[in-house]
Write a protein that binds this ligand. Structure first.
Ligand code: UD1
Ligand code: MG
Length: 449
């Protein structure tokens, strides 16, 4: 059976007080909408339609980037009305569909799978949860058979209904053709004058179609409406990602201080010291060690490599096996080949550092002339002395030695020594003479006063 998904994201998210649409705020480095789309993809949902606000251009572009379609809902007349907006985009679709919200970043594919399984048996499935604080969620009232009798929105509920602990999370699975027939029947005769998605089961029931309730974990169903809730979702996602890493045999002495992205790949038996931040796009191979207070983004760290403490790896940093990148070293778009070392205080940008080359403290690749970026190429086994400026484009041949403090502007041949610093001069006894002269001048000045 083919599967489709509708993601409701037309709400303005006013409580975020942000120029960024709510669903574009990130959790573990991925916009919340991306988290929901990823969970849908994992549940083999092929066609996805995102319902957006008319000013949601950024949301539509992001959906498109992830291979999802989008429609505009204008004005916003409720969740049922929003889901109905996807009818045109899914007119040629037959199969089952699932509706979810774009601001539910912790939702997992397992809950979508469980909903599809329950839908196959009952006709419709909706997801319920039992939050510690049921607040203003819609309440789910079950019938004697444990199927859904109805959902009562908080604003429409009486005191007894408000005591019901089972709440509607907002996920619904149904046959697509039936679903759009039912949503077309929705009315807005309720406290909020909205077209409620939660009324769909009543129409189904009238046709003899039951609605099963799948119960999910409260954390997973967390919706994000404010900055505080976004931070809470981030904390929950970090806890989930850390637990997955530990289960995958990643060594972390203080996992609660390590921040991961949705796509961080940490191979078994790598070691992550405290206070390390992984922005998106990082792969760390087995046996590598990331030392404390390092920041990594878009980088690959090879087997047995050591990074940090206090290192920064940026986009396109590739560290091959056994490479060392030490404290206060920044690496961008640079490959350090097997066994190369840059242990202290350097900037390596747009470069290739050959195998076993040694980059001395304070080495800088001057890769940018204010207009273009240029390449630096360091050959195998070359030795770059401390405080060298490599003015790109420039090549240092295999095994060459660059003397400390050099400014290298021309290519250096393999095996040669290059030193560009001014020659050292020494004047014997000069310091003593200088001090005597200065002291005498100061004494004369004090006497004058
Ligand atoms: C909804 C449910 C409620 C449930 C709660 C869970 C209905 C009628 N109520 O209530 O039972 O307990 O979610 O969080 O479904 N949206 C649109 N267009 C609209 C309205 C909403 O796209 O016209 C989107 C929002 O962007 C949001 C989602 O639908 O992602 C839910 O909307 P929201 O207004 O938060 O619904 P609630 O009133 O909280
Ligand atoms: Mg809500």
């Amino acid at each position: 059976m083919t599967r489709a998904g509708i993601i409701l994201a037309a709400g303005q998210g006013k409580r975020m007080k942000s120029a960024t649409p709510k669903v574009m705020h990130t959790v573990a480095g991925l916009p919340m909408l991306g988290q929901v789309i990823a969970a849908m993809r994992e549940a083999k949902i092929e066609r996805i339609v995102v319902v957006t606000h008319k000013e949601g251009g950024e949301v539509r572009a992001f959906a498109q980037k992830l291979g999802a379609g989008s429609v505009v809902q204008d004005p916003q007349l409720g969740t049922g009305h929003a889901a109905c907006m996807a009818a045109g985009a899914l007119a040629d679709f037959s199969g089952v569909l699932i509706v979810a919200y774009g601001d539910m970043p912790l939702v997992t594919f397992a809950t979508f799978e469980a909903s599809f399984a329950a839908q196959a048996k009952a006709g419709i499935a909706m997801v319920g949860f039992r939050p510690k604080d049921a607040a203003e969620y819609g309440r789910m009232i079950l019938d004697a058979n444990g199927l859904l009798d109805r959902i009562v929105e908080f604003k429409d509920a009486n005191t007894r209904e408000r005591c019901e602990p089972l709440c509607n999370a907002g996920i619904l699975a149904a046959d697509a053709k039936d679903f759009f027939r039912w949503t077309a029947m929705l009315g807005n005769d309720n406290a909020q004058k909205e077209y409620y998605l939660t009324d769909v089961p009543s129409f189904a029931k009238a046709e003899g179609v039951g609605c099963a309730v799948v119960e999910a974990d409260e954390i997973e169903m967390m919706g994000v409406n404010s900055r505080a809730e976004l931070a809470a979702a981030e904390a929950a996602m970090q806890a989930r990602l850390r637990a997955l890493a530990l289960a995958g045999a990643v060594g972390m002495t203080a996992p609660e201080t390590v921040f991961l992205s949705y796509d961080t790949v940490l191979e078994a038996d790598c070691q992550i010291e405290p206070y390390v931040f992984f922005a998106p796009g990082v792969v760390v191979r087995s046996g590598a060690r990331i030392r404390a207070f390092s920041h990594l983004e878009g980088a690959e760290v090879g087997a047995g490599a050591i990074v940090g403490p206090y290192a920064r790896l940026r986009h396109g940093a590739v560290l091959e096996e056994g490479v060392h990148v030490g404290n206060f070293v920044e690496v961008k778009n640079t490959r350090l080949e097997k066994g190369a070392k840059a242990n202290h205080l350097s900037y390596l940008g747009d470069a290739r550092i050959g195998p076993a080359a040694n980059i001395g403290a304070g080495t800088i690749t001057c890769n940018y002339d204010g207009f273009d970026k240029h390449k630096t190429d360091i050959g195998a086994g070359a030795f770059i002395g401390s405080d060298t400026a490599l003015v790109a484009p420039v090549t240092v041949g295999e095994g060459a030695i660059v003397g400390a403090g050099s400014v290298v502007t021309k290519d250096v041949a393999a095996g040669s020594l290059v030193v560009t610093r001014a020659e050292q001069k020494e004047i014997l006894g000069w310091a003593e003479k200088f001090r005597t002269k200065k002291k005498a001048a100061r004494a004369a000045k004090t006497k004058d006063k």
